[in-house]
Ligand binder design. Structure first.
Ligand code: C2O
Ligand code: CU
Length: 458
């Protein structure tokens, strides 16, 4: 209400008094407070930080190879920036406050303007104090369409998220930088939902073929998912198409920031249970996205065709690769001896006093020099060693990587990979995108308290 009154008042003063932020042709995306009914009816509404007043933010959809321009207008009281997660983007547009740009201060703007090289399922989110800003709602979906989309009846986006709310006030539980959350698994919500709704449902027709794009936008929750009433194929991971669709035979593990594109044929008949279930802590399964099946059509006879490959996705040549070690340390129950923070070697106690619970290869937080400095075109092979008691979702900006199996074979392209305690993991990528790229844990409380480094491609 306050906002509306202020705008009307300003309008009355005429154009001179209005700060002209954007010309009519510029598309804006506004970081602003909004009040949203997140919790079930009967609970108070929640004041969120949103893009354009909705949660999730507006769905942005462009064709592959097109230019995307958005002017971020910061109507919040704090500085912010937008990261376009998974886009192999021009470094200056990557949106990392403090590394690739200065954030837009309160009341200021920042112009994003880039070409999207790859088709697929992506998302965008705040990248300044992300633990709090993403936790308060600053995220949205970015879909890049193939020139010829696959043969499906419908294309549905499901953004999975959770929120940690105080049921008495409807507000977010504070503080966001609670030491207990930072030192353990991160901030997990007490309310889980899809596309901003705890009671998300969709309809379906028996025999229908759907593309389901699942995005994990949660701060720290690892989703265990099971499909009911449908036959499914995985066609893409983290936006990038698989060489061929893989029939889904197991439950899906979706770590924070990961995406999976499925093509599903609805096999449930009218009235039969269908939808997506999520694993609960007690090993039971609970509905996350219910489908109401009504009507029927004749199913397709063939399995889905592969999605068209994205450009520049040749396998990296491991023979020439330079090797690096990323060692995760710290946190509750494992701790660490010491790490470098702000140029000083500190023991675990002293690190905790500085709010640093984690380290990557002996360094807590961003160092002056990069974790790895690579010449453009060089192949990097990074061994991930998890010496902590928690899983971590390790994300590389600007380039996708592949998992290297023990036998040297390469997995599908990904931008985020889940590392479990004491399970060695190795990734490889061709450093073909110049710039400064963040390399961090996407459990956002971990990134905020040490698990954050960067690589440079020159
Ligand atoms: Cu989803 Cu550093 O980003
Ligand atoms: Cu982590």
């Amino acid at each position: 209400m306050m906002n509306i009154i202020r705008r009307q008042f300003c309008a009355g003063l005429g154009a001179v008094a209005l700060p002209l932020r954007a010309s009519a042709s510029t598309q804006t995306i506004r970081a602003q407070k909004a009040t949203v009914q997140l919790a079930p009816e009967g609970y108070p509404a929640t004041e969120v930080w949103s893009y354009d007043g909705t949660l999730p933010g507006p769905l942005i959809r462009v064709r592959q190879g097109q230019r995307l321009t958005r002017q971020l207008v910061n109507d919040l009281d704090v500085p912010t920036s937008i990261h376009w997660h998974g886009i192999r983007i021009d470094n200056a547009m990557d949106g990392v406050s403090g590394l690739t740009q200065d954030p837009a201060a309160a009341g200021e703007t920042f112009d994003y303007d880039f070409v999207v090289p790859d088709a697929g399922t992506y998302w965008y989110h705040a990248h300044k104090n992300s633990m709090e800003q993403v936790g308060r709602g600053l995220s949205g979906v970015l879909i890049v369409d193939e020139p010829t989309p696959p043969d499906v009846d419908r294309d549905e986006v499901l953004m999975l998220d959770d929120w940690l709310l105080d049921p008495d006030t409807g507000g977010f539980v504070e503080p966001f930088d609670h030491p207990m959350m930072m030192s353990h698994g991160g901030r997990t919500g007490n309310l889980v939902g899809v596309n901003g709704r705890y009671d998300f449902t969709m309809s379906a027709i028996t025999g229908e073929r759907l593309r389901l794009r699942l995005i994990n936008a949660a701060n720290a929750r690892i989703f265990g998912l099971r499909l009911e009433g449908m036959k499914a194929w995985t066609v893409a991971l983290d936006g990038m198409p698989l060489d061929r669709p893989e029939a889904l035979s197991e439950d899906i593990i979706l770590a924070p920031a990961q995406r999976i594109d499925l093509i599903v044929d609805i096999t449930a008949s009218e009235g039969e249970p269908a939808g997506i279930l999520m694993a609960m802590n007690d090993n039971s399964w609970q509905a996350l996205a219910d489908m109401t099946v009504a009507g029927s059509q004749s199913p397709r006879a063939d399995a889905p065709a592969p999605l068209p490959a994205n450009p520049n996705t040749a396998l990296p040549d491991l023979a020439t690769a330079r090797r690096f070690d990323l060692v995760m340390e710290g946190g509750a129950m494992a701790g660490m001896e010491s790490a470098v923070y702000n140029g000083q070697t500190l023991d675990f106690r002293a690190l905790i006093d500085q709010g640093q619970f984690w380290a990557l290869s002996g360094q807590a937080g961003l160092s002056e020099t990069p974790f790895a400095s690579l010449a453009r075109g060089e192949v990097a092979r990074v061994a991930l060693t998890n010496r902590t008691a928690f899983p971590h979702a390790i994300h590389l900006h600007g380039m996708h990587f592949r998992q290297v199996s023990a036998d040297g074979s390469l997995g599908p392209l990904r931008d985020t990979i889940l590392s479990y305690p004491d399970e060695p993991l190795e990734i490889a990528f061709t450093a073909d995108n110049p710039g400064k790229w963040l390399f961090h844990c996407h459990m956002l409380a971990h990134a905020a308290s040490g698990m954050n480094t960067w690589i440079e491609v020159t």
